[in-house]
Ligand binder design. Structure first.
Ligand code: ZN
Length: 402
């Protein structure tokens, strides 16, 4: 038995109404310094430059994922019957802690620093940290069990499916939360209906045939959110300037390791061949990054100070569609003629997205028909079939200063 709190804690949440916390270990993890750090990392690294209220954090999102997982455990009869109490606590913790290794500025920073947040999530759970101690104090070995759900090696496949597949608590929360905080209606779908129609068959979470419409709505929500919010060109422009800034820091440091003087927070992330320690990873959040940018703004290197200023003042790059190779050549020439170094001031960014992938395994979405047969979502839904049969929607742009 896992220890329960004397009284259930309830936290107000604009997406779910309330988040309910019953187990002490969940509460202890929330109060760990590593989980509290998530307050200092925005859920959407760069959307705030487009949607001014998109300031919500990974802290709120992580609580939201936990709440959806908790509801799946308690309200979906098949899941309630299928999982032991231990499995339920493990999967709730996995939902809560799935993003604990995230660095600042979302996936852009992962590309810049070559850090995979999943790897750091597992390290934070299994090495000497406050959240590790909270887990181990509750039950020995719990930290590795939770890590095994996050890295998809847990023996019970249902647990990973609940947290990360194509119809999982992570995506359900971030779509609803990002839609709410950006003020876009596209990301909304009927969470209550989706939850009501989930079933388990053949060790796989499925959707009842009568739930297909709500799943179609969920897939469409994803489609629209990607093109309207996640891949918005102005947000991508912020990311281009950010990666140019890190490139410049890395280039300067490789010539002179002392060039950044008293700005040490970026050291572990820009030195060649260095894997950031958990302590450096812990200290680097968006607040400390922006403080670093403010200091860089006064740096004697003109490129460094200009790029830092652009991030702080939202003086971002403009952009143009790439029609053919000539587009990039022309932009590079114009930018160079204007006195800018093209390595840092001409950035190409290609994005493509398919809102649903019929993978054919337990990461696909499966429909449980009323006659007991099972169909993969794109077979059962003409709407989803038409989205994935069309060409992969792509957007290729080049970014450069005004
Ligand atoms: Zn997440």
């Amino acid at each position: 038995m896992f220890e329960k709190l004397d009284e259930i804690k309830v936290l107000r949440d604009p997406v779910h109404g309330y988040i309910h916390i019953e187990y002490k270990v969940i509460w202890d993890c929330i109060n760990s310094r590593e989980f509290q750090r998530l307050r200092r990392i925005r859920q959407q690294g760069s959307s705030f430059v487009v949607y001014h209220t998109a300031e919500h954090s990974r802290f709120g999102h992580s609580l939201g994922v936990y709440e959806i997982v908790r509801r799946m455990c308690n309200e979906i009869k098949d899941i309630d019957d299928y999982l032991s109490e231990e499995d339920k606590v493990v999967v709730m913790l996995s939902g809560l802690l799935h993003d604990i290794g995230h660095g600042p500025f979302s996936h852009t920073f992962e590309a810049i620093s070559d850090i995979k947040h999943e790897i750091y999530s597992c390290r934070i759970l299994e090495e000497d940290t406050e959240v590790h101690r909270a887990l181990e104090n509750s039950r020995r070995g719990l930290s590795s069990t939770v890590a095994s759900v996050i890295n998809h090696t847990h023996l019970n496949p249902i647990l990973a499916q609940m947290v990360s597949a194509q119809l999982d608590a992570d995506r359900m929360d971030y779509l609803l939360r990002d839609a709410y905080f950006t003020g876009t209606k596209y990301g909304e779908f009927d969470l209550e209906r989706v939850l009501r129609t989930l079933r388990i068959k053949d060790n796989t979470i499925m959707v009842k045939e009568s739930g297909v419409h709500s799943i179609e709505d969920y897939i469409m929500a994803r489609y629209h959110m990607y093109w309207q919010v996640y891949y918005h060109p102005v947000a991508r422009s912020f990311e281009c300037v950010l990666s140019a800034l890190f490139e410049r820091m890395r280039d300067l440091t490789s010539v002179n390791p002392k060039v950044l003087k008293d700005i040490t927070i970026f050291d572990d992330f820009i030195m060649h061949g260095v894997k950031p320690s958990l302590q450096s990873h812990f200290l680097l959040d968006e607040n400390s990054c922006f403080y670093g940018f403010q200091k860089l703004m006064k740096h004697e290197d003109k490129i460094l100070s200009d790029l830092a200023r652009r991030l702080l003042n939202r003086d971002l790059f403009q952009y143009q569609d790439i029609v053919d190779r000539k587009t990039i050549e022309e932009v590079t020439k114009r930018t160079t003629d204007a006195g800018y170094h093209p390595k840092y001031y001409v950035k190409v960014d290609n994005v493509r997205q398919r809102p649903y992938q019929p993978l054919g395994d337990d990461r696909s979405i499966w429909i449980l028909m009323s006659n007991g047969e099972v169909q993969e979502l794109s077979e059962g839904s003409p709407i989803v079939a038409s989205i994935i049969k069309g060409k992969n929607k792509a957007d290729n742009k080049v970014f450069f200063p005004r």
